[in-house]
Write a protein that binds this ligand. Structure first.
Ligand SMILES: Cc1ncc(COP(=O)(O)O)c(C=O)c1O
Length: 349
């Protein structure tokens, strides 16, 4: 199994491709979601620790019969729940190639070309979002990790005040933000939930009131999180106004764009998203500590989007997140066809 012959590889490949064609071709006839139980799923899986190898055909059979029917069919045309993108053949082939190389992006020398490819892709994303040429980024494993990285950067700016730091985010913000606050030692209780208006957007007057009250009480306001699309309603916070408040109180500003940042590709994109990409950098003097702003400007298929500026680059751009397998990232999909389709308003999600 670990060293198959060329014929075996071809045989596996044919079987998998055939499965993919049949699966995608018949997707409409499947239910989007099957109500099941843990018991039902586990009873179809052999619980014994396998001590001998299994032939490929048997493994594929388990996948086809015991995994696929008990999964949510994310590529189904009637799959409207959550912000889950569908699996696509080109993405699957990209993953196949990436797994064949099995690069580990710990550091540049471990995977020079894959790292450069990621950097190149990050630069494309920078251009899509309309950031200035100095902006950089880092692929991480998802929106939660991106938020964690961004808040770690924010914490760094006022690290000396850890224990008294306060962060601000609207009450409609994704729960990964409060989780990040807990993980980073800032404390759940120090994430202040700013009130939202009737359209689920952050109320800037309440933001200012909370910051002012915290300053009076001896806390150190550190960071404000804006949403470029909240997870539940897709609301875009008033990013420009929030930025002005951040500048006024010398706060780090992080924008979580996991849900909505790429809507900027659509002609019909919310004007505020476009404006947000043009936000001026925080003035130099208001960035209190040295931190490479390129470190956490995260980008991944569904990206967290951070906007901040000011301090010139002071430490080198970290090559990667650390020991992390290189994923296909559906990079191929980032190419013109998809982009143009979104621009033309043909996007379904
Ligand atoms: C706005 C927002 N932020 C963060 C996340 C977390 O992303 P992930 O599930 O990739 O960790 C999500 C996920 O839906 C989201 O919509």
């Amino acid at each position: 199994m670990l060293e198959p012959s060329a014929d075996e590889i071809r045989e596996w490949e044919n079987a998998v491709t055939q499965f993919m064609i049949e699966y995608l071709g018949g997707l409409r006839d499947r239910p989007v979601y099957r109500h099941t139980t843990s018991h039902e799923i586990r009873s179809g899986l052999d619980p014994k620790l396998p001590t001998k190898g299994t032939d490929f055909a048997s493994l594929l059979k388990v996948f086809r019969e015991r995994i696929v029917p008990f999964s949510r069919q994310n590529a189904h045309p009637r799959m409207f729940g959550y912000v889950q993108s569908p699996g696509t053949p080109i993405g699957a082939f990209a993953d196949l190639l990436a797994s064949t190389l099995n690069a580990n992006l710990t550091i540049w020398r471990s995977a020079p070309a894959p790292v450069e490819l990621e950097r190149l892709t990050i630069d494309w994303i920078r251009q899509i979002l309309g950031f200035n040429p100095e902006a950089g980024g880092l692929f991480v494993s998802g929106g939660s990790m991106a938020n964690l990285a961004a808040l770690a950067a924010a914490r760094q700016t006022k690290y000396d005040s850890l224990g008294r730091l306060r962060m601000y985010a609207s009450s409609a913000t994704h729960f990964s933000i409060i989780k990040a606050a807990a993980l980073l030692g800032i404390g759940r209780e120090n994430l202040r939930h700013v009130a939202i208006d009737e359209r689920f957007r952050m109320r800037v007057d309440d933001l200012v009131a909370k910051i002012t009250a915290d300053l009076e009480a001896g806390y150190v306001p550190c960071c404000v999180v804006g949403n470029a699309g909240t997870v539940d309603t897709g609301a875009v916070d008033p990013l420009h106004e929030i930025r002005e408040v951040a500048n006024r109180f010398q706060l780090w500003m992080h924008v979580d764009g996991s849900y909505g940042a790429f809507a900027i590709l659509a002609q019909s994109a919310d004007r505020r998203l476009r404006l947000a990409a043009e936000l001026p950098p925080v003035p130099q003097e208001s960035q209190p500590t040295r931190f490479d702003r390129r470190c956490e400007h995260d980008v991944r298929a569904r990206k967290a989007w951070v906007l901040y500026g000011g301090q010139p680059v002071s430490v080198p751009l970290p090559q990667t997140q650390g020991g992390r397998p290189w994923q296909g990232h559906g990079l191929a999909e980032c190419r013109a066809d998809k982009r143009d389709a979104i621009r033309a308003g043909k996007s379904h999600s």
